[in-house]
Design a protein around this ligand. Sequence first.
Ligand code: ATP
Length: 307
Amino acid sequence: MNVLEVKRLCKSFGPIKAVDDVTFNITEGSVFGLIGRNGAGKTTTLRMMMNIYTPDSGEILFYGKPVDNDFKKKVGYLPEERGLYKKMTVLDTLLFFADVKGKSGNDIKKSANEYLEKFDLADRKTTKIQDLSKGNQQKIQFIATILHDPEFLVLDEPFSGLDPINTDLLRQIIIELRDKGKVIIFSTHLMDFAEKMCDYISMIEHGKIILDGKLSDLKTKYAKRNISMNYSGDISFLKGNPIIESIEDFGNTTGIRLKDASQIQNLLKLLVDKKIDIKKFDANDISLHEIFVLLAGNKAGKEVQNV
Ligand code: ATP
C-alpha cells in the first residue's frame, strides 16, 4: 500500500528547475532512497514534502490526502541544515524536541536514555551541545528526530559527518526502525549506502527522475547485459569489438556492457584466447553506482565516486 505519493512535483528558483516533474510512491514498511548528485534536487523535494517549500505544481499525498500539519506530527524530519540549541544539555535537548512533538513523561525519558546508550553517548547527558563533536551533535539530532516515535521518517543526508563506525550504527538503527514498521525516506549522494539499505530508489538528476523502482528488480534488469569483472592483463583489444557496447573502469572492478546478453560466451572466449587472468566474472551483479554511470554518463559517475 502507498503511504506517500509524490505526483508530478515541480519547483523552480528563478531560471533553475530544481525539481522537474518528479513522481514516486513510497510503500509501507520500506526504506526509500532519493539518490543523486549534489544539486540534483533531493533537498528541494524533501522540503516540499515537509511543507517548507510550496510546489509550483504537483501534489504530495499521505494516505491519499494532501500533506498538512497532521502529517508533520507523524513525521520525524532530519533537515539538511542541522540546528540544535548550543547551550542546552544533551538530555534536555532530546526532551525538548519530543515535547515540541507532543511527547513527554517518563517513557520518553527512558527512551532517550536508551538511545543515548545505543549511540554510545550515555555519559554525555549533561554535556552542553556546543561541547560535543560535530559527529556527536549529528547523532543527537538523529535521536531527536526519532524519539517521539514517528511512523514516517524523512532524513536528508543522514550519514553526512559520521565516521564509519557511527555510519554502521545509524544504518543498523534505520533498518531496525523499518523492521518495526516505520516508513523511511532518505536522501544521499552515496550510491553504496543506498544500495545497502534501500528497498526502493528514485534516482534524480537535474531535477528529473532518471530511474526508479524496486532496487532488486532494477539490478536484475540492468545486470543482464553487464558483466562485472576482475582480471589482470590488458583488455584494450576489446575496444571497438562489435559485441561490446561499453567498458567502464570502476576502480575495484571493470564493468563490461554487451550489446546483447547472448554474447556472454563469446566475450569469455575472447578473454580466454588472449590468456587474460580472470579473477571474477559476474554476469548477474551490477552495483547501483554502475547503473548510475550507465544512465548519467561516465563524467557523472566519476563525480559521484569522488564526493
Ligand atoms: P545537495 O546534495 O548538494 O544538498 P540536492 O540534490 O539536495 O543537493 P537541492 O538542494 O535540492 O539539491 O538543489 C537543487 C537545485 O536548486 C540546485 O541548483 C540549487 O542551487 C537550487 N536551489 C535550491 N534551493 C534554492 C533556493 N532556496 N534558492 C535558489 N536556488 C535554490
